[in-house]
Design a protein around this ligand. Structure first.
Ligand SMILES: CC(C)(COP(=O)(O)OP(=O)(O)OC[C@H]1O[C@@H](n2cnc3c(N)ncnc32)[C@H](O)[C@@H]1OP(=O)(O)O)[C@@H](O)C(=O)NCCC(=O)NCCS
Length: 175
């Protein structure tokens, strides 16, 4: 069985001038791409095949990344359900112009769903939890999942209620 630490992956890259925003620092979209890419690596490897991004939430940008900085993105699986998985990503940089400690610049949680050749959800293996840290991350991921699903259900219910109200008003107008 696979533990969360078995799934850990780190990628490093130098930030180029083509990745800058109007302020001259690295565009947030490029950091989001780095986060999605590394989380995808973790999810695909764990699923043993393709997995698609279903949601990206709680992405925090803590401090700007500068052109020339060395970006280190680390990711690991926090939680696995039937077909969905939560991957946690932490992004740090080494500043290009100093030997100071690594700086934490961003974090995010992403949901991936393993899919078959037709793009339909496919089962993933259960995750083996060993350390107290892995168990804590799993529990917290479960809480985030419940919130995501509850939010999605509440929005769908609100849209259905609005649709039903509109249809009721239209049929009153016809009468
Ligand atoms: C992700 C996708 C496959 C889910 O398909 P679906 O028909 O909604 O599947 P289901 O409702 O059966 O959900 C499948 C799993 O995903 C979870 N899920 C789906 N959307 C979710 C969301 N927004 N947040 C959390 N979990 C979600 C479900 O809870 C379920 O988990 P489980 O199997 O572990 O219990 C589908 O929505 C899709 O293809 N989306 C587009 C993906 C994409 O193009 N990504 C960008 C490029 S990779």
């Amino acid at each position: 069985m696979t533990t969360p630490s078995d799934t850990r992956v780190t990628l490093s890259e130098i930030m180029r001038a083509t990745e800058a925003n109007l302020l001259g620092t690295v565009h947030g979209g490029n950091l989001m791409k780095a986060v999605d890419s590394i989380a995808g690596v973790v999810a695909n490897r764990y699923a043993g095949g393709p997995a698609v991004t279903a949601a990206l939430d709680e992405m925090t940008f803590l401090t700007p990344v500068r052109v020339g900085d060395i970006l280190h993105s680390s990711a690991q699986l926090n939680w696995a359900g039937r077909s969905s998985m939560e991957v946690g990503v932490r992004v740090e940089v080494d500043r290009w112009d100093s030997n100071t400690d690594r700086v934490h610049v961003a974090s995010a949680y992403l949901v991936f769903v393993a899919v078959d050749a037709d793009g339909k959800p496919k089962a993933v293996p259960p995750l083996d939890l060993e350390t107290p840290e892995e168990k804590r991350r799993f529990r917290e991921a479960q809480i985030r999942r419940e919130h995501r699903l509850a939010r999605r259900a509440a929005i769908e219910a609100s849209r259905e209620a609005e649709l039903a109200e509109g249809m009721a008003a239209a049929s009153e107008g016809d009468a």
